[in-house]
Design a protein around this ligand. Sequence first.
Ligand code: URA
Length: 244
Amino acid sequence: MSGSELAALARELRARAELLDEEEWQALPEAAQQRGPALGAAEMRSEGLTLTRSLEGLAAEVEACRKCPLGAQRIKPAFGVGSPSARVVFVGEGPGYEEDRRGEPFVGKAGQLLDKILASIELSRETVYIANVVKCHPMVDPSDPEKRGNDRPPTPEEMAQCRGYLEAQLDLIAPRALIALGGTAAKCLLATEDGVGRLRGRWHDFRGVPLRVTYHPAALLRDPSHKRDVWEDMKELKRFLEAA
Ligand code: URA
């Protein structure tokens, strides 16, 4: 089953689940099997997707996750924040120092800038959903989580271990659009080595969901000359959501 069929099924299951009681929910995989091309639980597992009832359930899985060493090193996982029915999901790289303490993505300086970027097109942390490609803080020196400037990008192995959580999050939220913030998110979602400069300015596809790449807010803090590009990207997102 293709990514877009999987996403469509997840959307349908979510819409139906809101109308189901506990017993009916438990029967969902069977119900799905009776609906032609829909997925059963075993198929979902074979696609690397755990059928999880809610984002809360998924967050609990992440809390207990030790699939890579980051799980035992971090203070708090930063699972995701925002509306479970958001029309757009912003995906960053991974939690840093502040996020590790608060257990929430994008709450440090880059997060404050992201809040302003969202506000520029009348969005907010409450109306969108914000997540990262890895949920736990990647540290240069994991023996000293109190050290500042101890952040590093996630390794390909760490991203691969965490990818199923991001995919499940996106399937549950079923957004109309995705924004990859920076090169690491773009690399993870689009399986590309191209940089942001080459990827931005057009719509891509992530498992059937239109995806746009823009600069990471931390990159804007380092090099404000990209602010105009991000503004163009946000205007295009606004246009897209208004038409969707
Ligand atoms: N940078 C990210 O990519 N994610 C965060 O949550 C914070 C900073």
